[in-house]
Design a protein around this ligand. Structure first.
Ligand code: TNX
Length: 532
């Protein structure tokens, strides 16, 4: 029997009134509140009793409390006991859980370790201080039965256009996991910066990781922002491993994205021979789609990307590697002798077929490492690699097409779930990419398109919100764009469609503002807008 004692000292969370209603977010499948509650003193001691969990699993659970809640592991004879049990037959997936709080204590049953983790997150969401001085804490008697709607609940962050430190990313993973998001899509390379160490290609760190100016945004909009500062940075492989391991303790899978064949200007600045013209190239400084892309004719390009993937793939234990595929202009390919020769030799009718050849070749490399590719919906053009998963961003069409063809798809339509869009129509909003993605718009989005049959719909494995960072100038601004909108994503990804209710959701979001305050998160208070 494994035992460990946890003392949880909560940071000051101001003016939280004990709510009787279900404020769990995302909303669970089934929630029943019973009369009474467990009462804790000023600090909360929780003791885990896990009969059938590995010590590693228990450690993960111990580490699962967001950093905003100050956790100390100590022996305490008076601890409340949480009985953790696996129930592998009782749930549809390993993420399902049952939480029971009653007179005789706290019990969590999980379909797997992930389920126990989510049961614990729900428990943490239910513990409330009795007063603003946190003189005591109450945990209501409840029974929660819960399963996620989608297995893939994602958030993407673009660290190329704006660079974020590992500790900043970890902080977000804490909060994302607390709201049961389980996938972090790490957009590591783009025209404006290459952010992952590749030992075989040191120029990536020296050249591709930097650009001449701090800021990108759109050239026309930002003349005043030129500061002449070289801007950049990258993550070492050791840091990548550290983040991936950290995410694992939060039940979060990290998916790296290495962009190809477009969005490659930074890589070409470092290795110009990989472009059709041979350069010279510069890491891009502004928002845009650039026509200098990897040359699809030269073997050297494939060798480079194969080498890159061979270093990247072992760092990420998850099943997917994202290889981009979006917005690849074909202008250079049309006049490049290498590309034209390749098309001739491989009997490719047009440049779209050449892109498909490119992506399928790289998919083979990924498959050889035992992984599957994800690509943006443009990978559908000219034919899809056998086990490719499509990330549908230009709309829902790509996802629908993929699902009908028996491919998995992740819905991420820009119109609904793009977090670089404005979140309110207020004039004082920070400059953003354009568009408007309100909290309500995300909330009302249903990732399963009505045009799919039940069987086809099974291929929609989930939904993801994307935060592109061309317009971000700071970590605080990134948080402002992420929160609270990412909570709407969390709920549409977890909660059954029939259980959604926007007004009730808004109340629940408000409930978490003090927690976000305590965690030092700079969220946008968009609820004032909503209630108008
Ligand atoms: C399109 S969405 C892109 C990104 C930009 C974004 C700006 C996608 C796959 N590609 O490169 O950052 O628009 O909204």
């Amino acid at each position: 029997m494994k035992k460990s004692i946890l003392i949880i000292g909560f940071l000051i969370i101001t003016s939280v009134v004990l709510a009787q209603q279900n404020h769990l977010l995302p909303k669970p499948t089934h929630y029943a509140r019973h009369n009474g509650h467990l009462r804790f003193g000023k600090t909360i001691a929780l003791q885990y009793v896990a009969t059938d969990l590995s010590s590693e699993a228990v450690t993960h659970l111990k580490n699962s409390i967001p950093k905003s809640i100050d956790l100390k592991v100590q022996d305490d004879a008076d601890a409340q006991i949480i009985r953790l049990s696996l129930d592998t037959n009782g749930f549809k997936t390993s993420e399902g859980y049952r939480l029971a709080v009653a007179e005789d204590g706290i019990a969590i049953y999980g379909g797997g370790e992930a389920g126990l983790f989510y049961g614990l997150q729900s428990l943490l969401q239910l513990i409330e201080p009795v007063d603003s001085a946190n003189t005591a804490w109450l945990l209501p008697y409840v029974r929660v039965d819960d399963e996620p709607r989608f297995q893939y609940r994602g958030a993407m962050l673009d660290v190329s256009r704006h660079f974020f430190r590992i500790d900043q990313l970890k902080h977000w993973l804490d909060i994302l996991a607390y709201f049961k998001i389980n996938t972090f899509h790490w957009h590591l390379t783009d025209d404006q910066g290459w952010r992952i160490e590749i030992k075989k290609y040191p120029e990536l760190q020296k050249v591709a990781a930097f650009r001449k100016e701090t800021l990108i945004g759109h050239k026309k909009e930002l003349p005043h922002r030129f500061d002449g500062q070289r801007y950049g940075g990258h993550y070492t492989q050791a840091q990548v491993k550290e983040l991936v391991a950290y995410a694992r303790t939060k039940q979060i899978t990290v998916i790296p994205e290495i962009e190809m064949p477009g969005h490659a200007r930074a890589a070409l600045a470092a290795y110009p021979q990989l472009g059709c013209t041979g350069g010279p190239y510069e890491t891009a400084m502004f928002w845009g789609i650039f026509d200098d892309v990897y040359c699809a004719g030269k073997e050297e390009t494939f060798q480079f990307l194969e080498d890159v993937l061979s270093e990247v793939i072992p760092l990420f234990p998850g099943p997917y590697i994202h290889i981009g595929g979006d917005e690849c202009l074909k202008d250079k390919w049309r006049v490049c002798p290498h590309c034209q020769a390749r098309m001739h030799d491989e009997h490719l009718p047009d440049e779209f077929a050449l892109q498909s050849y490119f992506m399928q070749r790289m998919a083979t490399v990924v498959n050889r490492h035992g992984k599957r590719i994800i690509g943006w919906d443009e990978i559908l053009e000219g034919g899809l690699a056998t086990d490719a998963t499509v990330m549908s961003w230009t709309g829902e069409e790509g996802g629908i097409h993929a699902a009908k063809a028996g491919h998995d798809a992740i819905m991420s339509p820009e119109k609904y779930v793009y977090l670089d869009y404005y979140q309110s129509l207020a004039t004082e909003e920070p400059l953003a990419a354009g568009g408007y993605t309100s909290l309500e718009k995300i909330y009302t989005y249903d990732p399963i398109p009505a045009s799919l049959t039940a069987d086809e719909a099974k291929h929609i494995i989930g939904v993801q919100a994307n935060l592109w960072s061309e317009y971000l100038t700071s970590n605080d601004q990134a948080e402002y764009m992420l929160f609270p909108r990412i909570l709407a994503l969390a709920e549409i990804a977890w909660t059954a469609a029939g259980k959604k209710d926007f007004n009730a959701f808004v109340n629940r979001v408000q409930h978490y503002y003090p927690l976000l305050d305590a965690a030092g998160i700079h969220y946008a208070d968009v609820l004032a807008d909503v209630q108008d």
